[in-house]
Ligand binder design. Sequence first.
Ligand code: C5P
Length: 354
Amino acid sequence: MLLKKKLCIGALFCGILFFMFATHTIQKNNVLSTLVEAPRTTARSIIKNHTQSQAVTQSVQQHSCSCSTCVADLGISEWFDQRFDRKQQPYLTTEGKKVDPLALKWWLALQRSVDGTIEEVMKKMFTVISPPPVEELRQPSRCRTCAVVGNSGNLLQFKYGAVIDSHSIVFRMNKAMTLGFEQHVGNKTTHHFMYPESAVDLKPGVHLVLLPFKLRDLQWVTSALSTGEIKTTYVRVKERVEADKDKVIVVNPTFFKYTHDHWTEHHGRYPSTGMLAIVFALHLCDEVSVFGYGADLQGNWHHYWEDNKYAGAFRKTGVHNADFESEIISKLNTEGKIKLYPKVKKQANLKLYG
Ligand code: C5P
């Protein structure tokens, strides 16, 4: 009787051990296969895996801001929740020195030549610019409204100046200007996205938001705000830029890869300035309004301040995919995550192109 009892306990113990071993092996294999498969994963599988992990947090979701709608709230749009990764750190901080190696590999492969390591370059850069404070991206008591202003010629068809300026944050980009166009584009700028080839001087207090498409761009911002030694990238660039060194924000190279994987889904070689600015705003703002996006009838990214008829070269080179980006922007609007201007009334058949 005692022997039978002992045998039973032994069998039970062995069973538990076997179960633990099997579960561990399966988990380990899953982790390993994710690591091994990672470089070959498609945009769709990245998004699918992401959805599964987000589903866990979904049940404990609370209102993430005090606006009437909050971009980061889960459960409003499944399509959005599949793509939006709240764990992303959109900009570089000294603390976040280690850049994800896979994203870094992809980012470095976009450039013609690489001179130095990202660690060295960042170290030097943060001796010139102040590291931005690591702030809480979301606060339930805050309502941060943002206007993202693209450079489309369609802005001239409307007088959105006052609406744009009514936002607490106004993002502009590249060669954007406001002087003489205030009725159409407003005159407030809190953040200005640029890279060396598109750099402009900024008014005091405006955040220079560097989009580093290459390592040289990090070296350039360091130089342009100090010695002015860098005069060229692949073309001649502005040697010095007027901007507040304490207000520089450098977009994380990891964020380019995230936007490419989750949002533009590998359409084009890498996302455009305008696409990156919108995704950046989704991560920093509670409400996002978007103005000045839309090519002309020939598919050119025409500007509101100049006649640049032939601005469609990216179509031939495949660098950006303007059509796909435009679909994503429209989808964000129909899913209630951004407010896209002009608001198109279906029956009005409004002409969007300038
Ligand atoms: O032309 P530029 O690159 O300076 O424009 C900034 C961004 O504005 C682009 O990356 C694009 O996303 C958007 N844009 C647009 N339609 C235009 C011009 C610009 O959508 N006609």
